[in-house]
Every structure is written in structure tokens, then in C-alpha cells.
Design a protein around this ligand. Structure first.
Ligand SMILES: [Mg+2]
Length: 219
């Protein structure tokens, strides 16, 4: 029996670029200015596009940013906030149907910059406070020294709520983040194949919409 579902936020419940592609433009400009020939233009733009799907530190490492490029992007993104309302993907209201009493409990665990991720949670609270849908919301803040990891947060959730990995499901888009963390803990993983998300064999299941989760949970 599935007693808990742990959701990712970006490209799982809401598109990372829902607030508009201008959101990260100041960040991209800062990185471009600091590039100074480190990466050819085309490689740089490919790397920047990756910022919509991966955390900044991951992108920097993967694409070989110089320290200056990472510092420039880091400094700028830590100041960015979403200030306009967000709706998330159209199937978001299904969360209410998925949540049971007492089970399954829903958890939100999102990695990124504290202020930006916080502002998205608030921006998604238009019709009902987004917080009310979840038993707990955790931000794996990459800009805080006390940062642990998604895996550590998942483990804490298991311990706190006395859950075994077999009673939990992790839902997200990223095979280098929540899907890997869930896999390492022996938790079944579900990849949300939202627009722009590449299918990964690492995930136990794949879904197009949250409606498909119901069948997986009831199985
Ligand atoms: Mg994601």
C-alpha cells in the first residue's frame, strides 16, 4: 500500500518556465558576460537552456562553466523571485483526489534557490494555499550551507513518518535528482514526461499526466 507520494516541483507540477522565459534572462546575461570565450556561443546557449531543467551547480559542472560564470549566475539567480500568479500544469487539481485520509500523504521536495522556490510555492497558491495540499514542503536549498540533499530529505520523511520504501512513491522529471535519490533508497519512481522532459530508463514508471498516478497507486 502506498502511504506517501513525494513530488518534485519544476517540470513535474509546474513548468519551470511558466512565469515566462524572461524570468532567468538576467541570470543568462550575467553568465554570458562572464563567459569570455570559455564556451563557444552555441555550447553556452545549450548550457543555459539546461538551466530550466537542472540546478545551476549541476549545469555548471556538466557544461564546464568557469568559476566566474558560476559565480555570476549564482549571484543573480539568488535574487530572482516569481511575483506573478502561477497555475501549474492543468492536471494539478488531481493532487486533491490523490491525497487520502490518512493515506496517501503528499510531500513536496524541491531543489533550487531558497527565495525562488519559496516564491513559486506562494505563486501557486491562488485558488487554495498550495501548502494545504501537502503534509510537508521541503526546499533543498542549494544556496544554503546547511543544505543536505534530496536523498537525505527523503530519508528523513521515511524516518519521521515510519514509512518503508515500499510504501512510498517518488514523482518527478529528473533522473539526476529525485529519480536517482528515490532509486538509491529503493523507492519506486515515476517520471513525469512533461513537455521538454527526456524519457529516462531509470524510472520505474512513466506518466504523461497526474491522472495516471491513481492507477499506479491502486495497483
Ligand atoms: Mg524537476
Amino acid at each position: 500500500m502506498i502511504k506517501a507520494i513525494i513530488f518534485d516541483l519544476d517540470n513535474c507540477l509546474s513548468a519551470a518556465d511558466e512565469p515566462g522565459s524572461a524570468l532567468l534572462e538576467p541570470v543568462f546575461d550575467a553568465i554570458r558576460q562572464a563567459n569570455r570565450g570559455t564556451l563557444p556561443d552555441e555550447a553556452l546557449e545549450t548550457a543555459l537552456a539546461d538551466c530550466w531543467y537542472h540546478a545551476m551547480d549541476f549545469v555548471a559542472k556538466k557544461h564546464g562553466f568557469s568559476d566566474e560564470m558560476l559565480a555570476a549566475g549564482w549571484g543573480m539567480i539568488s535574487q530572482i523571485r516569481v511575483t506573478t500568479p502561477m497555475r501549474g500544469y492543468g492536471d494539478l487539481p488531481i493532487l486533491v483526489e490523490l491525497r487520502g485520509d490518512p493515506f496517501p500523504m503528499l510531500f513536496l521536495v524541491t531543489s533550487g534557490f531558497r527565495q525562488l522556490q519559496d516564491s513559486k510555492v506562494k505563486a501557486l497558491s491562488i485558488e487554495q494555499p498550495f501548502e494545504q495540499w501537502f503534509t510537508e514542503i521541503h526546499i533543498d536549498a542549494i544556496d544554503e550551507p546547511s543544505r543536505t540533499s534530496k536523498q537525505a530529505i527523503f530519508q528523513t520523511i521515511l524516518n519521521t513518518h515510519r514509512l518503508s520504501p515500499a510504501e512510498v512513491m517518488v514523482v518527478g522529471d529528473n533522473p539526476d535528482s529525485e529519480l536517482a535519490a528515490g532509486d538509491r533508497l529503493g523507492i519506486a519512481t515515476v517520471q513525469t514526461l512533461r513537455p521538454g522532459v527526456e524519457k529516462s530508463d531509470l524510472a520505474t514508471h512513466h506518466i504523461q499526466t497526474l491522472g495516471e498516478l491513481k492507477a499506479l497507486i491502486e495497483r
